[in-house]
Write a protein that binds this ligand. Sequence first.
Ligand SMILES: [Zn+2]
Length: 276
Amino acid sequence: MRYDQVTENVTFLRLNQGSNIVCIALDNELVFIDSGLNTIIARDFRREMEKKYERKTSMLILTHGHIDHFLGMSAFSDCRIIAAESGKPRFERFVNLEFTEEILDNMSRVFPSIKVAVATAKLSMPNLWIKERKTYGKNQELVFQIIGGHSSCSSTIYYAPDKILIVGDLIQADVYPYFGEPDTDMSKWIGALKEWEAEDFQFILPGHGGVLTKNYIPKVRIFFEKLIEELAKFKSEGVTEEDLVKMALLDEGYWSEDAVRKPAYNFSVLNLYRNL
Ligand SMILES: [Zn+2]
């Protein structure tokens, strides 16, 4: 299994299908952040980390309630599973969802490997809900903080000894970002990015894409600010939604040239446009 050894105690598994997974080795225990989409991959990564650090896993922390971040969660069914309380309805919806062929066909357009992942998945509700902020570890070195923005339950995990911030989908690196939820809050999101720019982080670990340093943060923030400004201009000019999705500016972002523009991106832009 190939992974990034970010620091001595922080390991990053970059995945293309579903979210990344992070392992943090505390003094006597391992903590995982997000499980990704696939239970088998999550299980194998956990086993490898337990062997490497000779420690048991105590917790799975979920950055938010999007299925690509937690469908593989049953690899941690014996652990405490932690998430933001505001995400409860979202988790409930997925846990109670019957994955019919039709639903899976639709989801495959966003997550091409979801059918394979669902075959071994077993969803359950997180068993520890956080309202705002919570610290873990002997020296309170791990900080769970609810931010909102991408979704109302979007949270960060900060590992103080190495100044590492794990951000879930508040930064989606090298891909067209998704920001189309009913509870997406762009001003909150941009506000958080601005605050992080002033912090002294050594590494930023995103939900999608590779290990980042803090100079990536303004790229995302400036993209969103520029997009909102342009959309407001188009709205005042009465540009129709059909014409809007053809605009060249929508392809000018911080991602790499080979990034694929999925319908979820158009959906996000239109959602933002309607709400301006
Ligand atoms: Zn998400």
